[in-house]
Design a protein around this ligand. Sequence first.
Ligand code: C2E
Ligand code: MG
Ligand code: MG
Ligand code: MG
Length: 282
Amino acid sequence: RAKADGRGTLRFFEAAMDQELEHRRRLEGRLRHAVKNKEMSVHFQPLVDSETHYPKSFEALVRWTDEELGPVSPAEFIPVAESAGLIIQIGELVMEAACRTAASWPLPINVSVNLSPVQFKRPGLVGLVQRILKNTGLPGSRLELEITESTLIENRDEVLSTLNQLRELGVKIAMDDFGTGYSSLGYLQSFPFDKLKIDRVFVTDVETSDQKASIVRAVVAMGHSLSMRVVAEGVETEAQAALLDRLECDELQGFYFSRPLPEPAVLDFLDPFVKASAAPKS
Ligand code: C2E
Ligand code: MG
Ligand code: MG
Ligand code: MG
């Protein structure tokens, strides 16, 4: 009996794996089609000053709606794009679009772009960033690049050299999803980050969990002692925003302030700030 159950379970898993593989193949095919036809777009989510709620930068987030599959989340297709090598073209497209768009904003607000470890490893990344800055006219100091801990695991010296070359262009480096990856602490002092983004898991329930609040407080203290700005991701409520400000996070990002927005909606979002900066001082 146990044996029969075991075999049934195995067959069930095999069927599930076949289905998974099939889905992945289909996704990869559609992704190739989308990259060839440049069907991806970029949305922008503001990061605001935690005290004034004034926008400091926008994070560029890739968006894709396939004819057959409908909207597909980057959490689903980025890993497939990485293993299929398509992330190189997607990453270039996103960076170019992000920098071009940011260069046209009515206020000199920064833009941040996520970098996949696969992109980061490729020789020529620094040249690519340099070329995009030149072509779009965006000053390097207005570009932030977000990397995750997985980028830092191998080839420490090469990674460090690439980060330093990027910083020579004036570009800022942010550690994304902090606290969810591997070691963390050693990385913080070995690599030159300008910014630390505390992952959403520590922000969810921060207002009701003393433990989470303690973790945030400790990460902020650590980040500040290493001269980094500290950002909280995934802020969804007013209570979280107020507490994270009291915990001395520098910037906040999340649905409470705004969902990721298409380009025209970014201009609407900025409009009151443009008006405020143009108003005569009284
Ligand atoms: P991430 O870089 O950590 O980006 C933040 C994600 O959290 C975004 O999901 C954003 O929409 C979501 N988010 C923001 N505020 C809130 C909130 O208050 N609550 C909740 N529940 N979620 C919030 P998105 O756009 O689906 O992207 C998921 C991940 O996919 C990103 O995580 C990033 O790792 C990756 N990704 C997105 N765009 C790109 C890209 O252009 N290149 C690369 N390499 N990766 C990208
Ligand atoms: Mg990010
Ligand atoms: Mg993140
Ligand atoms: Mg995240």
